[in-house]
Design a binder for this molecule. Structure first.
Ligand code: DX5
Ligand code: ZN
Length: 245
């Protein structure tokens, strides 16, 4: 893509971003090629630090190693993200989203990210995201909306792939959408976790601009087919919205 990422992502209907943690990490380049060929535009990198989350996953070297046309969508499920931001910016992150529960000063994190330059293309900017866990009131995003480009509502608890989509997420997305609209700012809304072949059509019909799916695509069997199916389901939801608009 050319030009700023935020307006690009806000147009044209919801985007699928694919979680890579459940991919075959020893053949990550091939796995990314599968996604690109299926029309996936973003790769979602779940960073877990063994502190905020019990598990440890990947860090800046893997973010840097991911190359290609997909935007690098980094989800920091870590304690105290502030001192780690530079490393992810240097690794070429296009979106940086952190859990507000792990950040002692989330507004400061967003202010720092506002001054960061995208290493892939300075014109692209870095999309600044806040992620919110299922146990946190959605109202916690309100004081941060003046510095936020992206609100990611978790539909599962942070830390594990393959969990079931929590039904209360639908109402939480609607509440987040209302707060975003009240702010009057151009902010993306995303949903992360528990999105499968069985529920993606329903999820795509909610008000999210960005939909994360990981283990349902990298199921060890049919990643190419799963990714193409998910991309098509999201596109179908967009077409339906345009017809009814
Ligand atoms: C939750 C992560 C999610 C999740 C996505 O810890 O932020 O990105 O792993 O994976 P699935 O699609 O398997 O729920
Ligand atoms: Zn995630």
């Amino acid at each position: 893509m050319n030009g700023p990422a935020l307006p690009y992502l806000r147009q044209g209907g919801p985007r699928l971003t694919v979680g890579m943690i459940t991919a075959d990490l020893l053949h990550l380049g091939d796995e990314m090629t599968v996604l690109e060929r299926a029309g996936v535009e973003l790769v979602h990198i779940d960073v877990m630090d063994g502190v905020f989350c019990p598990m440890t996953t990947v860090g800046p070297p893997i973010v840097a190693a991911l190359r290609g046309p997909m935007l690098k969508d980094v989800h920091l499920m870590i304690d105290d993200p502030l001192p780690k931001l530079d490393a992810y910016v240097a690794a070429g992150a296009d979106l940086i989203t952190f859990q507000i529960e792990g950040a002692p000063q989330p507004h400061r994190v967003l202010q720092i990210l506002a001054g960061a330059v995208n290493r892939n293309d300075p014109d692209r900017g870095i999309v600044r995201g806040i992620a919110i866990a299922p146990s946190t009131s959605i109202r916690a995003i309100e004081p941060l909306l003046d510095e936020t480009d992206y609100v990611l509502v978790l539909a599962v608890n942070p830390g594990w792939g393959g969990q079931t989509f929590i039904p209360a997420t639908e109402a939480r997305l609607a509440e987040a959408r209302r707060l975003i609209e009240t702010s009057g700012r151009p902010i993306l809304l995303g949903v992360d976790g528990g999105v499968t072949r069985a529920n993606i059509a329903r999820v795509a019909a909610l008000s999210a601009d960005v939909i994360v799916s990981g283990s349902a695509i990298f199921d060890g069997k049919a990643a190419a087919e799963n990714a193409a199916f998910m991309v098509e389901q999201v596109a179908a939801a967009t077409r339906a919205t345009m017809i009814h608009a």
